[in-house]
Design a protein around this ligand. Sequence first.
Ligand SMILES: [Zn+2]
Length: 161
Amino acid sequence: MPLAQNKAITFNYTLKDDEGNILDTTKGSSPFSFLSGNGQILPKLEDEMSGMLLGSKKNVKIDAADAYGEYNEEAVQKVERTNFPKDVDLQPGMQFVTNSPDGHQMPFIISEIKEDDVTIDFNHPLAGKNLEFDVELLDIRDATTEEIAHGHIHGQGGHHH
Ligand SMILES: [Zn+2]
């Protein structure tokens, strides 16, 4: 059963890969809020949160295919150094955004630099990783008309204008 549409859901989470490395966590910062039914978090995670009681905790495992996809070797490309601004000191791990021919933003990461060649990787940084979320559901309330119109939650854990 999916969560009802247009609820403001607030939760804490810790995200780990399947080797137990912590990739992201709300510990030490604000809980995270999202508008349900709007594709703002992984669909599988949203599904798993339905039916949770307020204040309850759940461990949710999501395979790479249901998370950010399998790692795609074809999304790795070699380009010439001259494609980047001269004054930028390129380093592996740096993130850039380019536009696809149809105008979509395509983020990529520099994975290797060799003389005049730069290897760039369009895979999501979490592609190919099986993920594990420890979730604690804190609050569910109806989203305001304004939040629904904006497509995001306002206030703590959400957007600030
Ligand atoms: Zn807004």
